[in-house]
Design a protein around this ligand. Sequence first.
Ligand SMILES: *[C@@H]1O[C@H](CO)[C@@H](O)[C@H](O)[C@H]1NC(C)=O
Ligand SMILES: *[C@@H]1O[C@H](CO)[C@@H](O)[C@H](O)[C@H]1NC(C)=O
Length: 403
Amino acid sequence: MGTKLIVLAIVSTLLAYYVYIPLPEAVDERLKLMLVDACFRSLEHLAELTELVGFKHYMEMMMVLTVAESVAPSSDENVNVTDTTFNKVPVRVYEPSGHRPGLKRAVIFMHGGGWCLGSSKMQPYDLLSRRSATELNAVIVSVEYRLAPEHHFPDQFNDVYTVVKYFLQRDVLVQYLVDPGRVAVSGDSAGGNLAAAVAQQIQEDPEVHAEIKIQALIYPALQTIDFNTPSYQQNENMPILPKTLMVRFWSEYFSCDKLLLKNMMANSHATLESRGLSNFANWSIHLPEEFRKDYRYALPDRENVDSSVRIPGVFDPRAAPLLVEDEKLKALPQAYIATCEYDVLRDDGTMYAMRLKKAGVQVTHVHYEDSFHGAFMFITWPTDFAIGQKMVSHYIDWLRKNL
Ligand SMILES: *[C@@H]1O[C@H](CO)[C@@H](O)[C@H](O)[C@H]1NC(C)=O
Ligand SMILES: *[C@@H]1O[C@H](CO)[C@@H](O)[C@H](O)[C@H]1NC(C)=O
C-alpha cells in the first residue's frame, strides 16, 4: 500500500513536471494548451526513440496524428466535396451547393505541417474549407501535395504550382463557375510558404493568363538565412512548434542529411551563395523596434562559411520567398499576413509584410499578441481554442471583403 502511494506520488509529480511549461500570461486557456503541448511532446519523444533504434524515420512516426485526424470527403446541403486530381496532383475540392447567381470566388489552399506532415483531409482543414466555401460562396481547392522525407524540395512546391496553374486555365475556371478575377492562394505555416512562393513564381510564367488576386499567409515560414531571429530566440520552447522542430522541418524539406540539420540548428549553414541574400532577411532592418527589443543581430561570419556541404535549394526563392529583390515584390498580389507573438515564425511573416509594404503592395498584417503557432487549426474538439476560432473568423471576414 505504502509503495503504491509512493509510486503514484512519483508518477504524478513527473507527469505534472512534464505537462507544466511556463506560458505567457497573455495566452488564454493555458492549461488546455499545456496538455495539448504535452501530447505533442510525447509524440516527438516517441518519434525520436523510434528513429534512434532505427525502426522508423522521425517524421513517419509524427505522421500518425495526420492519419488519425483524416476524414472522408462528405458532401452535405451546403458543400459538395470531391477528391480528384488536377494534372495528376491529388486535390480535395469544395463547391458551394445551391443556386446562388453569378460567378464564384476561389481559394487554393495549402495545408501546414512543415512540408513533412499534414493533409488536406485532416478534420480542421476540412472544416476550414467547408466554412470558407459556404461563407465566401467560393470553390476551395485544398492541395494534397507530396511530403518529406519521401519527397524533397522542389516536389512540394511543384505539386502546388501544378495545381494553381491548372486551375487558372480559362476552361477550368468556366467549369467551376469561378470569376477569373477573384482567385486567392492561401495557406498556414509551410502552406503559407508554398502560397507565397507560388504567388511569386506564377507572375513570371508566360503561359498563365489569369491572375491571383489575393495571397493569404497565416504564420508563414519564409526564410532560411537566419534561424536566430528575435522570435526564434524568444519562442524557442513555445508550444507547439519549438525551434528544434521548425529547424528539423526546414532541413527535411531539402534533405535527410543530418549534417544539414546540425548546421541549421547552429545557424551555421551559410554558403557563399547565401551571403549575397542575407540583407533580404536582415531583421535589424526589416523588423519594427518592438520586435527587435534588446536582441543583438549576430549572423555568423559569412567569410568563414564551409561550402563543402551544399544542399541544392536551401536559398532558392521557391523555398524561401523572402529572399528576393524588392523589384520582384512590387507586382505581387494584395496580401493578408497573420502572425502570432508566441511563434518562432513571427519575424518571417513580419519581415515579409514590411518589405511588401515598402515595395508598394497592399498588405493587411494582423498580429495576434495573444496567440501561438498552430492556433489557426485548433478549431475542432477536443483541441479547440477561442483564439483559433477568432483567427479563422477574421481571415474569412477579411476574404469576404477583399476577394
Ligand atoms: C458535385 O461535384 C461534382 C464534381 O464537380 C459533380 O460531378 C457532381 O454532380 C456534384 N454533385 C452535386 C450533388 O452537386
Ligand atoms: C544588417 O543590417 C545592419 C544595419 O543596417 C548592418 O549593420 C549589418 O551589416 C547587416 N548584416 C548583414 C549580414 O547584411
